[in-house]
Structure formats: C-alpha cells, structure tokens
Design a protein around this ligand. Sequence first.
Ligand code: AHG
Ligand code: MN
Ligand code: MN
Ligand code: MN
Length: 335
Amino acid sequence: VEDVAGETDFNSLTQWLMTNTKDKELTVLMAQLALACKATSRACAKAGIANLFGMYGEQNSSGDDQKKLDVLSNDIFINALLKSGSCCVLVSEENEEPIIVPEELAGRFCVAFDPLDGSSNIDCNVSTGTIFAVYERLSTSPLGTVEDILRTGNDIVVAGYCMYGAATELVLCFKQGKVERFALDPSLGEFIHTHANVRFPADGGKKIYSCNEGNALLWDETCKKAVQHFKSSGYAARYVGSMVSDVHRTILYGGVFIYPADKKSTKGKLRVLYEGFPMALIVESAGGIASTGMFNGSVQRMLDLVPTNIHERCPVILGSPRDVNLILGMYKGTD
Ligand code: AHG
Ligand code: MN
Ligand code: MN
Ligand code: MN
C-alpha cells in the first residue's frame, strides 16, 4: 500500500539515524537525547498546571539563578544520558563539575548540554530550548576524563538544539554533515524528518540584527559601530533572549546574532561548550559564519577555541556571511 501522508512509513529520527550513521551506539545516544527533549517539552508545556514555574532557589556555576525547570530538565537529561550506556563524560550548565559515568554504564561518547536555554523566558511562555554537543572520547582509561571534553570545537561529532516553541523542533548536524530538521509529532511521540540540508538564505536573507542593546553602552567601539551600521541600513531588530530561538530564526531567515563581550563581562555571557560550540558547528554547516570577534587579541573562528574550563565563556558573532563579514571587516580595519 502506498504510504499515504505518513501512515505506513515514518521518516522518524531513529530511522534517519540508522540510515545515515549505521552507528548503533550513536543511534541509541541520539534516541535518548530525543527522549529527554520530548520529556522537557512536556514539562514546559504543563508547567503552569504542575506548579513548575518559578525559582528553584539556588545558583549554578555560571551564577544564574536556577529555575525549577532548569533543575528538572537537567535531571531528565542526566538520567537519559547515564542510562543510554553510550556516554562516559557529561557536562551540564547546571552542574559545577563534569559527571564521570561509572564504568558499568560507560560508552564512548561525551556530551556537553544546556538542558534549558533561555530559561528566564519560561515563566512568561516565551520559547526556550536545549542545546548539546557530542564528542567521541580519546582517553583509553576505564573512566572518561574532563580532557575528553575540553577540546577544540572541531572535534564535535554531533551538534544539535531542540526548540520548545509552537512546534517542538530538533535541529541536528553531524560533523562534515548537513543540517537536518525534525518536528515532533505529538500524536506519535516521534520526531519526524521535515527538512534536509537546512541552509542560510544564499543572499544573506532578511536584514535582521539580534542582540541585547541593553548592554550597548558597555560594548567595544566596533560593535557599537556595526550595530549603528545595521540601524542605518534598514535592518529590523529581533531579540527573543533565548539563544536557541534567536539562532533558529537567524539560520532560517538570515541576519546576524551577536552577544559581544563588554566592560562587565569581558569574555561575554554565552558558554563555549554547550552554547557557542554547538551553535557554531550548526551555523557553519548551514553556510554561515560563527566567530568570537576580537578575542584575546585576534579575530577568532569560534570552533578553533580550546576551552580550559567546562563553563568558560566567549563572545558570539554568528549569522549570514553578508553580515558577520561586515563586523569582522570592521575589527580587521578592512571595512
Ligand atoms: P540560559 O537560560 O541557558 O542560562 O541561557 C541564557 C542565554 C541565552 O539563551 C540568551 O541568548 C542569553 O542568555 C540572553 O542573555 P540576556 O538576558 O543578557 O540578553
Ligand atoms: Mn542559565
Ligand atoms: Mn543557554
Ligand atoms: Mn540553560
């Protein structure tokens, strides 16, 4: 019988993974990540009913006040990843120290994740997300080590984010791969492959700049000049305040997202391992550029950074080449 509108053959995430990686351990890992995303999406959706809004009452190692859903989503991801049997090291925004998986549960992958990104938006029902990056361990010792995950972003094997918006969408990118988009079909509880090879609009797309202008007085002169240029060139301002939402829109519509360093936060706000790096791999694989801008004395491609601590921060300038190259040109004095 011909498959009528996905009734007899579903292009599910698991089918896509088995077809495209044939790596069963990685497929199990990704299936557990997808389960955690579905469970987090469900928790966010019922937060008002289940009294899950509001603060948890503690701070994380980045100094963020933890929301109840930061902690709940963190527990969901840790349980799913520990029991995948595929991981040896876990790094979470919400955990001060790396989690070294016990030998009997350990596998060959290391995962850095931000279980709930944009969590300051959750109590007013503005979209949030999850961001993750997967590495393959290098160490051969019985237990994984933090060195297995303190590496250049060029070693990432899979990067992804899930956006909890009107639709729950999962966006994945395998190293040297394309960017793939999946949407959750709630009636099946499955992520269904909806778009292959997601790319920035070839011409740079819509003229949109995205940043928190509340920090503008503290930026360096180049950032001020670049945003002033966008303003005087008819760009629209769009800023959700959840990195996943701002980056997803930037890839699909075009434009530029920046979270620069400033006089207060000299390394910027966003964290390298579970915000900057995964988004940089996805943006580059979609034909965009992800840079730190001028950082430690030179303009750096973000994925080339080698972090020295798991919650390290870096400035972020990412988006369409049209717009990012304009800013980088200003830094290099060529613009
Ligand atoms: P998180 O909620 O995981 O701590 O991340 C919040 C981040 C990121 O999602 C967003 O781009 C940025 O913080 C917004 O920062 P401001 O509120 O300073 O604009
Ligand atoms: Mn946080
Ligand atoms: Mn975040
Ligand atoms: Mn977070």
